[in-house]
Design a protein. Structure first.
Length: 589
């Protein structure tokens, strides 16, 4: 290393006022400064993800002991891989240095990584217009890394100077007419207004409602929001706290009367308003609330002196194209010490691109990936021998199967299991599902169940969901009810006639993994049945005969088995018949 440059390696970002001042001063001096490059952003990442991320921050000082270079990286679980520390949170990531010292800084940075036996480096969201890529390629030749770069995202942007102007010469935002229609649709008693909260004291009380609305919106469209993850929620809270101290953070809300209908979590930094994480209330989706909020944010940015850009960030959502008049590309750059790994990375990317070019092949690949993943999860949880046995039974069932489903008339609940827990029943809506997603992130089965419930809310108005909860707000067990007549029994591949007009059937019950083994199944059914019987209806439950735990729960709760339906199938032929059954004595658990 030359005497002109001294490299310091930090494995933890200290809470140091001097480092913060020098770090952010360097950000101010680089081309196109971004809020993602700041000391505060990296510190918030460290605070939120310290259990899984291991910072490796390379800090360079010149001969006057002034900070002149920063590479905020993190090592992987095997300590042989590295990536940008902020790769999963920042829309832009880069090596920070002034132009005259950047080449030397990057040479020293890669030399240090090689010395630490880092063999793989993934650099996501590197701006394509940055000088970093060309300098990386030069540094790789000196340090023995192989470099491969591919396009990652096109970020839509709104240049305020290029907006259409009115007769008075002042720019105006596109989409304002739709905003006026939205205001009219909300009615005269629900005036629409926009507020921008910047201080932590103003933001903290409304941040939870934004997070829950974001999770609910994603469930509505069949996806899991990253805010279902508690680490992400901690990150956004910490980020808002530290950025608000410099007035770089803004949480925007659009309200109809006193009801929030759209939110945006964003930043104002160096003349740019960054559109980072928006969401809206799905119940007013037909009026385009998110689109209207963006229109107003653009209009408000016009009024701020020195504001020149609204950056719409990563992602190619269709609504962004209606506003954008510029764009910026980002790259994904991978560095490998091994020629073989370098070649594999190129081949994987080329194959993935070829698959994506055909919707049919993409669907096939996604399905195959999900099946392989499910097989691995089952093998991990139950062992390979048990998994192979299960697979064999599945193959036999493709040829021949006999299924029996027990039907129970559900009566009132036994209150004994509920008295000490003080639990009660709530009706399922999107806000309940959002709360459940935030409580059960990481429980893949429960997350898939919640997506299914959200779809049912949207497409099956005849179905009503219930959830058992406690005073602490924990969601313990879910179940659904709908008319018996016309119900499709997947276990029987058929529909059945209702035993009597107006009967209801309880179906699709689920207990999150964290709540299993506590006896919530039967009491939840009992409370839901009590509501149905108050309407003068009979309620029915069912269980596959092979589901011993479900059968035991129903019968120990005192629900009366009335009949069973049997399906016999050989290839594509099937026969369904009903019979009354003797009730066997189940073995004790």
């Amino acid at each position: 290393m030359t005497e002109a440059l001294r490299l310091v390696v930090l494995t933890e970002i200290p809470e140091d006022a001097e480092l913060r001042q020098q770090w952010n001063a360097l950000v101010d001096r680089v081309d196109r400064p971004q809020v993602f490059y700041t000391y505060e952003w990296s510190l918030a990442v460290q605070r939120a993800y310290n259990a899984t991320l291991h910072p490796l921050v390379l800090v360079a000082y010149d001969d006057t002991n002034s900070l002149c270079g920063i590479a905020a990286l993190a090592t992987g679980p095997d300590d042989h891989s590295a990536s940008f520390l902020c790769a999963t949170t920042g829309d832009y990531c880069d090596f920070l240095s002034e132009s005259k010292q950047k080449s030397e800084f990057m040479n020293e940075a890669l030399r240090e990584l090689k010395k630490r036996n880092i063999r793989r480096i993934a650099l996501a969201n590197l701006p394509a217009d940055s000088s970093t890529l060309s300098l990386l390629r030069e540094s790789c030749q000196k340090s023995g890394f192989h470099c491969y770069a591919r396009m990652a995202y096109i970020c839509a942007q709104v240049s305020i100077n290029q907006l259409e102007r009115g007769k008075d010469g002042k720019p105006f935002a596109p989409g304002l007419k739709r905003l006026r229609r939205f205001e009219k649709a909300m009615g005269p008693g629900a005036k629409v207004r926009i507020e921008h909260r910047r201080s932590w004291e103003a933001v903290e009380p409304v941040l939870p409602e934004f997070m829950q609305a974001h999770v609910a919106r994603f469930l509505e469209i069949g996806r899991i929001s990253n805010l279902a993850d508690s680490h992400r929620r901690v990150f956004l809270s910490e980020l808002a706290r530290v950025l608000s101290q410099s007035q770089w953070f803004v949480l925007s809300r659009m309200l109809s009367g006193e009801r929030p209908v759209a939110w945006h979590y964003g930043f104002q930094f160096h003349g740019s308003w960054f559109w980072y994480q928006p969401t809206f209330d799905s119940s007013v989706e037909k009026h385009w609330p998110g689109f209207c909020l963006l229109s107003q944010v653009i209009q408000d940015s016009i009024e701020i002196p020195g504001m020149t850009m609204l950056d719409l960030g990563l992602g190619s959502e269709a609504y962004k194209a209606k506003f954008a008049n510029e764009s910026r590309e980002t790259l994904h750059v991978s560095l490998h010490r091994s020629v073989l790994e370098h070649s594999r990375a190129i081949v994987r990317h080329k194959v993935a691109e070829a698959v994506k070019s055909s919707p049919r092949w993409e669907r096939f690949a996604n399905g195959a990936r999900q099946r392989v993943r499910a097989f691995r999860v089952r093998s991990r949880d139950e062992g390979i021998r048990s998994t192979l046995g299960w697979l064999g039974k599945r193959l036999v069932r493709l040829i021949r199967a006999r299924d029996e489903v027990f039907f129970y008339e559900l009566t009132g609940p036994d209150p004994t299991p509920l008295q000490s827990d003080k639990v009660f029943l709530k009706q399922i809506d999107l806000s309940v599902l959002a709360a459940a997603a935030m409580q059960n992130f990481g429980d893949e089965g429960t997350m898939a169940y919640l997506v299914r419930c959200a779809r049912r809310l949207r497409t099956e108005p005849e179905s009503v969901g219930f959830v058992l909860t406690n005073p602490a707000g924990e969601l313990l067990h879910f179940t659904w009810a709908r008319p018996f007549e016309g119900f499709y029994w997947s276990e029987l591949n058929s529909t059945l006639s209702s035993p009597s007009p107006g009967d209801a059937v309880m179906f699709d019950s689920w207990t999150p993994v964290s709540q299993r083994g506590r006896g919530y199944y039967a009491p939840t059914l009992g409370l839901a049945v009590a509501r149905i019987r108050q309407e003068g209806k009979r309620a029915w439950g069912f269980s596959a005969s092979t589901n011993i735990s479900s059968v035991r729960g129903l019968e120990k709760a005192g629900f009366r088995r009335c009949f069973s339906v049997i399906r016999q199938r050989i290839l594509w032929w099937q026969r369904i018949f009903q019979k009354n059954v003797a009730i066997p004595v189940l073995p004790d658990a």
